[in-house]
Write a protein that binds this ligand. Structure first.
Ligand code: UGA
Length: 445
């Protein structure tokens, strides 16, 4: 099928590439000419495992094209996806400027029956607004073209997005139009083999499904972080508690890992936006507000543990901390709302120095923080600990899982590790004479 995708960000690029890979003829549109130039020359602007070779192969096979020319791209697509960003407004609600701008552009050029699909994460009711924005342009042009606006939310995890796209556990299609269902079934047929993954529903339920999924996962994390806080106070070990509850299939093993708080471009923004939607509709979503509040507090927890160890924030002045992990999670270079950002700021405010290393996010860190005398971006994990007083682990990259504790003990000035992801066994660190603080477990120094 002929497919057009607006937005070559994370969602648009992964979706477009996977659709091309199964044989569709895909054109991706972006307003940023340098991005489009780069993509046409094989430069993929994000780090996502497996994506770059797939972009290259499909681009070379002429199934995947990139352009800034919206008019020709709109003429191309039988199905047109909107996959542009929906950042948070100041009040936490989703900013629809980009989505509605694309809708107006589509209305300016649309000339034949088309299914327009919202893939961006958008508040309930957005499909109606997109419909109105397209229709307004058609009226201005004095033309009558049939079109449907459907919702088809994405469930891609950064770091595993290609896999999630190629092997979806469900494909949610929200529309009241049989024609749209038929078109989207054809489009997704290659991903819907062996068993039925397509769930068809009305458009508002599909829009809400996306938020409900992310809010549920964020709730599980905040819940476990709250249990971790309680565990620390009552002398229990949250890792034991996790193992004790995860085996209950009603609870499950996923997303019950306590840590330094959730980050990224989705959970924080989506929990806030859903709470906001509730408020605008006369309901105070107290649970969602608490999920967000617990996460905000959790992002400061590592710093609190550090202050507790050193006796006061003043005692951190002049200290150097090695920080392992800057990305909001492993296998990505994304630092949006990453817990590391809060921690680094707190350390700098206290007058401490940071020696940081992340396997993928160094360039992003350089872009965000620029040159500063209290930040040393190090080429590897060992260089980061050299000359540091203590080590702080913020992201659970595999490469940080089994360091040489003996070496750490000899290298770190204060022989102390603050572990924001519970990667290590307190016993192992004690054997090597390392002080150890983690999340929801008894600390020793
Ligand atoms: C999330 C959802 O998992 C995807 O299904 C969804 O499609 C995506 O948002 C989106 O809306 O686009 P993502 O933000 O890439 O995906 O990352 P996750 O793997 O879900 O992790 C989010 C954060 O939660 C990370 O900071 C991670 O460290 C944290 N986390 C996750 C925990 O603290 N504990 C856990 O047990 C799991």
């Amino acid at each position: 099928m002929k497919v057009t995708i607006f937005g070559t960000g994370y969602v648009g690029l992964v979706t477009g590439t996977c659709l091309a890979d199964v044989g569709h003829d895909v054109v991706c549109v972006d307003i940023d000419p340098s991005k489009v130039d780069g993509l046409n020359n094989g430069i993929v602007p994000i780090f996502e495992p497996g994506l770059a070779p797939l972009v290259k192969a499909n681009h070379e096979a002429k199934r995947l094209a990139f352009t800034t020319d919206a008019a020709s791209a709109i003429a191309h697509g039988e199905v047109i996806f909107i996959a542009v960003g929906t950042p948070s407004d100041e009040d936490g609600s989703a900013d629809l400027t980009h989505v509605l701008k694309v809708a107006a552009t589509i209305g300016t050029h649309l000339a034949r029956p088309t299914v327009i699909v919202n893939k961006s994460t958008v508040p309930v009711g957005t499909a109606d607004r997109v419909h109105a924005a397209v229709a307004e342009q058609l009226v201005q042009r004095g033309v009558d073209v049939e079109f449907v606006v459907a919702s088809n939310p994405e469930f891609l995890k950064e770091g595993d997005a290609v896999n999630d796209c190629m092997r979806p556990d469900r494909i949610v299609i929200g529309t009241g139009s049989d024609y749209a269902v038929q078109q989207l079934r054809r489009l997704y047929a290659p991903f819907n083999r062996n068993h039925e993954r397509i769930v068809v529903m009305d458009v508002r339920s599909a829009e809400l499904t996306k938020y409900a999924a992310n809010a549920m996962l964020a709730t599980k994390i905040s819940f476990m972080n709250e249990i971790a806080q309680i565990a620390e106070r009552v002398g229990a070990d949250v890792e034991m508690v996790r193992q004790g509850i995860g085996s209950d299939p009603r609870i499950g093993w996923h997303f019950i890992y306590p840590g330094a708080g959730y980050g990224g471009s989705c959970f924080p923004k989506d929990v806030r936006a859903l709470a906001n939607t509730a408020k605008q509709n006369g309901y105070r979503a107290e649970l969602l507000e608490s999920v967000e509040a617990v996460n905000e507090r959790q992002k400061s927890h590592l710093f609190d543990l550090i202050v507790r160890h050193y006796g006061s924030a003043d005692a951190l002045r002049g200290k150097a901390f090695a920080v392992w992990g800057l990305a909001f999670k492993p296998n990505t270079d994304d630092m949006r709302e990453a817990s590391s950002r809060r921690l680094l700021q707190q350390l700098w405010d206290a007058g401490a120095k940071v020696r940081a290393y992340d396997p993928e996010a160094m360039e992003e860190a350089r872009r965000i923080f620029g040159d500063r005398s209290d930040l040393m971006l190090c080429g590897d994990a060992l260089t980061a600990v050299r000359g540091a007083d203590a080590l702080i682990v913020v992201t659970e990259w595999k490469t940080f899982r089994s360091p040489d504790f003996q070496k750490l003990s000899l290298t770190l000035g204060d022989a102390t590790v603050f572990d924001g992801r519970n990667l290590y066994s307190p016993k192992d660190l004690a054997v090597h004479g390392l002080g150890y603080y983690s999340i929801g477990r008894l600390s020793h120094s």
